[in-house]
Design a binder for this molecule. Sequence first.
Ligand code: GLN
Length: 205
Amino acid sequence: MTLKVGILAVQGDVEEHEGAVEAAGEELGVEVDTVWVRYPEDVEGLDALIVPGGESTTIGRIMERHDLVDPVVEEIESGLPVMGTCAGLVLLAKEVVPQAHPGREVEIEQPCLGVLDVRVVRNAFGRQRESFEVDLEVEGMDEPFTAVFIRAPGVEKVLSDDVDVLAEFGDYIVAVEQGNVLATAFHPELADDPRFHVKLLEKAL
Ligand code: GLN
């Protein structure tokens, strides 16, 4: 069996996800064929999709320019398993707010896919902690996962009961799952540990 896994490749860390998803395939004993998704026709026939980290505003704008938003949303809404990491979490979210400021309720104008019922704060961990690594307890995983955070967003609020919280760190939720949608605030592709990619592929089996 071969799983065709698309990686949104308009900007951000694409190669690292290729390596991680191939490792996940080996672990599960399934063949993985990766496809770089740049235009609407690349979305056809995928078994799973990864929305990588990078700069969420840039990724969203390029997706709009390439007419990718509607086809991707349609596929996800009809059940395509998807994993968003870091900027990918921001892109999947229903609500996005800028960096945490006490008392603010401002929504920023940035293109989003709006398929995950969470409110995300961009750059949630502030300037002092731009990037760091932490061993996280993750729901359903026996051993902690070494999570690499890089100017990471955080989920400050879950907007529906359909969302399962998989991990929390500090004031934020940092990994969630909602049906076919999986998202992390950190970069599982940098961990040399394919457990999140395995989780994604299992949704496609
Ligand atoms: N801070 C970035 C954003 O909100 C995400 C950073 C990342 O993906 N490493 O777009």
